[in-house]
Design a protein around this ligand. Structure first.
Ligand code: CA
Length: 224
C-alpha cells in the first residue's frame, strides 16, 4: 500500500518510515503542513499518518482542506499528550483514528493494518485466496502450507491485488501504489513482477484482464 507520513520530527518520522517500509509499504514523507497538503491533494495514497503539530500549516488545517476537496483516504493522526481539544477537532475534521505520543510502534502498525482492512472490509490481518495466505502482520506469504520467498516489490504487488480481491486493477494504479516517488520505474516493471509472481505461485493465481490490468480471485463486475 502507498502511505504518506507527515511528521516534522526527524527521529519519529524515521522510525515510522522504517517500520512501514519493513511491513511492505511504499512510503512517502512530508515535513511540513504545506508539503503535506500538496502531496495529499495531488497524489493517491491508501493511508496517511498525520502529526498535528507541524510547521507552516497545522495538521488539523491540512486535514480540513483535504476533506473539503473530497480526499477520502484514511487518516491516522498523532497528537501530543493532553491535547484533547486538538484531538476532538481533528476527529471532527475527518480523522479516522488517533494515537497519543509517545506510542509503541507495534500499536501504530496495528492501527494502520486495521484502517487498511476497513477500506475493503477485510475482517482480519490475514488475506486468503485459494491456497495462498498473506499475513499482513508478518509480511509473509504461504502457499499450501509452504512459505513463499518474495522480493519487496513482489510482496507489495501481491498484497495490493489480494487486498483488492476480485477487482481488475489497472497497471497505472499498480505503479502508483507500489512504487515511491523516488524508486526506479521501468516501463515494463509491473509485467516483469507479475511474471515472477506467476512463476512462484503458479500461472493462474494472478490473472490478466486484457488491455486493462490484473486481478486475483474471481473477477467481480460490481467492483469498479
Ligand atoms: Ca510535530
Amino acid at each position: 500500500m502507498r502511505i504518506l507520513v507527515v511528521e516534522d520530527e526527524e527521529k519519529v518520522a524515521g522510525e515510522i518510515v522504517r517500520a512501514l517500509t519493513a511491513a511492505g509499504h511504499a512510503v512517502e514523507r512530508a515535513r511540513d503542513g504545506d508539503e503535506a497538503w500538496f502531496q495529499g491533494d495531488t497524489e493517491d495514497f491508501d493511508l496517511v499518518v498525520l502529526d498535528l503539530g507541524l510547521p507552516k500549516l497545522d495538521g488539523v488545517e491540512v486535514l480540513k482542506r483535504w476533506r473539503a476537496n473530497s480526499r477520502t483516504m484514511p487518516v491516522l493522526i498523532l497528537t501530543a499528550r493532553d491535547a484533547w481539544s486538538e484531538k476532538v477537532d481533528a476527529i471532527d475534521a475527518g480523522a479516522d483514528d488517533y494515537l497519543v505520543k509517545p506510542f509503541r510502534m507495534e500499536e501504530l502498525m496495528a492501527r494502520v493494518r486495521a484502517l487498511l482492512r476497513r477500506l475493503t472490509k477485510h475482517a482480519t490481518a490475514v488475506l486468503t485466496i485459494g491456497d495462498v495466505t498473506l499475513d499482513t502482520r508478518a509480511s509473509r506469504v504461504i502457499q499450501g502450507g509452504v512459505p513463499v520467498g518474495l522480493s519487496p516489490m513482489e510482496y507489495r504487488l501481491l498484497h495490493y491485488l489480494m487486498h483488492h480481491e476480485g477487482r481488475a486493477v489497472p497497471q497505472t494504479e499498480l505503479t502508483e501504489h507500489i512504487y515511491t516517488q523516488y524508486s526506479e520505474r521501468e516501463s515494463n516493471a509491473i509485467e516483469v513482477t507479475v511474471a515472477r509472481l506467476r512463476r512462484k505461485l503458479g500461472p493462474e493465481f494472478i490473472k490478466t484482464r486484457r488491455g486493462f490490468g490484473y486481478y486475483s480471485g474471481v473477477l467481480s463486475e460490481s467492483k469498479p
